[in-house]
Design a protein around this ligand. Structure first.
Ligand SMILES: Cc1cc2nc3c(=O)[nH]c(=O)nc-3n(C[C@H](O)[C@H](O)[C@H](O)COP(=O)(O)OP(=O)(O)OC[C@H]3O[C@@H](n4cnc5c(N)ncnc54)[C@H](O)[C@@H]3O)c2cc1C
Length: 411
């Protein structure tokens, strides 16, 4: 039995702490906020294991110029951040070259395919399966030309064994009668799952962890320092903790700690916005993606959540709430009955790597520090499988997936 500290109690840290605890280790979580308070709090609730295409792809470069023309569109760069994001963008562009893209597709398909069975194991073992809310996702489009552009991607998903059924506008309205005639077609992906509320899921995972004897400390870790057979964790207020092993699961804030351990990871944040309407006046039976407009609409237990998009603006800049309002406005065109009163707006920081693959692996300086961050748009989806991979690495077990794909030293 080892004494392990997991830094960061987002969905990735929580899943990892639970898994390590189940493996018989003495585990503590450290977070400067409460469990699931940051990116894991307000996301779109999708266990999106059916997605196999990385964000960096050939097709995306045709769309980016148009998106950038609209400051409230699916992608924007805050002017004061334009120079800072340039090196990440260059890496993102390199990741869309054929040989690199092949690597990303392999890595993303492998982790996403394994993610649902891993969640099933974690939901069962932690008593949290009641959060699984509904099955199936509708991808909808407002222009026929957009559908022609995505058929190849659907075919790619089918080649990975994922069921994708193309539907016309009327077939979509049969499934979801609240949609207007603006929806001209799309596809049903029946395997997709949604949870009732991502924050509630995090709180239930935290409860299960504490019920089993786990401790959650509220503090900020400023330094992670390997020292002989131990790791010294420096906390705020000059407190120090001696541990056998540390896991860094600090989401978009992981870069500084990784740099202290000799790993210069190109981690950036893709900021996303949404609004949750508690009395939306429309009810959806499927998760809905609107890729052409860059947002999703998700039915939750406590309302309808509309949002998504990507904004590059780093970790410190204030939110631009016009982005959340613009997506809600666009959603109204597809769902004319949507009541947009009393919406609660939210902004979250996706922890994003330029090749769309997370960082899961030991640090360069010490095998006693393991990384679990950089899951971008799929942190909820990939949390439980990440937890299993981290546990395998720490226990020296052979992993289900080749973890070199996710190594921090791949750059
Ligand atoms: C709009 C939007 C929609 C999304 N939709 C989906 C979706 O449908 N499906 C999906 O799979 N993913 C989705 N995502 C992505 C997902 O939310 C993230 O990938 C995921 O939440 C990342 O989890 P995490 O635990 O790595 O990070 P976080 O949840 O951000 O947790 C990191 C934690 O580390 C703590 N921390 C940081 N630094 C320190 C430190 N030095 N000391 C102590 N604590 C520290 C923070 O307080 C935080 O609690 C979405 C994201 C956004 C923004």
């Amino acid at each position: 039995m080892r004494h392990i500290h997991v830094i960061g109690a987002g969905v990735v840290g929580l899943a990892t702490a639970l898994r390590l605890q189940q493996e018989g280790h003495k585990v503590a979580l450290i977070d400067r906020n409460g469990p699931g308070e940051m990116a894991s709090r307000g996301n779109a609730a999708g266990i999106a294991w059916t997605d196999v295409a990385p964000l960096a792809s050939k097709g995306i470069w045709r769309k980016i110029p148009g998106w950038l023309l609209d400051p409230l569109g699916p992608l924007s760069v805050r002017p004061a951040y334009a120079l800072k994001i340039l090196p990440w963008m260059l890496r993102f562009s390199r990741a869309s070259l054929p040989d690199k893209l092949k690597h990303s597709v392999l890595g993303k398909a492998a982790i996403n395919k394994a993610s649902l069975p891993a969640w099933e194991r974690l939901w069962q073992s932690s008593g949290t399966r009641h959060h699984v809310f509904m099955k199936g996702c509708l991808e909808v489009y407002t222009e026929h030309s957009q559908i022609e552009g995505v058929r190849k991607g659907w075919q790619e998903q089918r080649e990975h064994g994922i069921e994708v059924e193309e539907l016309n506008g009327n077939q979509i309205r049969e499934l979801e009668p609240d949609f207007s005639e603006n929806v001209v077609g799309g596809a049903l992906v029946p395997g997709w799952m949604s949870v009732d509320d991502p924050h509630a899921l995090c709180l239930s995972l935290a409860e299960a962890f504490e019920r089993n004897g786990g401790k959650i400390l509220k503090s900020s870790v400023s330094h992670v320092q390997p020292q002989g057979d131990h790791i010294v964790l420096h906390l705020e207020g000059e407190e120090q903790i001696l541990s056998d092993h540390a896991v860094i699961a600090c989401g978009a804030w992981s870069k500084t700690l990784a740099a202290q351990l000799g790993d210069k990871v190109p981690l950036e944040t893709e900021r996303g916005y949404n609004t949750t309407f508690s009395e939306p006046n429309v009810a959806l039976k499927h998760a809905v993606m609107v890729p052409g407009l860059g947002f999703a609409v998700t039915q939750l237990s406590h309302g309808l959540r509309v949002g998504g998009a990507v904004e590059f603006g780093g970790l410190e800049m204030e939110a631009n709430w016009k982005r959340a309002d613009a997506m809600a406005e666009k959603a109204s065109r597809l769902l004319p009955g949507l009541n947009r009163e009393n919406g609660i707006r939210w902004m979250g920081h996706r922890p994003s790597m330029p090749d769309t693959l997370p960082v899961i692996g030991h640090s360069k300086q010490s095998d006693r520090v393991t990384y679990a961050f950089g899951h971008g748009h799929h942190g909820l989806t990939q949390a439980a499988i990440t937890a299993e991979l981290v546990s395998d690495l720490i226990c020296g077990e052979t992993s289900k997936i080749d973890c070199t794909l996710y190594s921090a030293q791949r750059f």
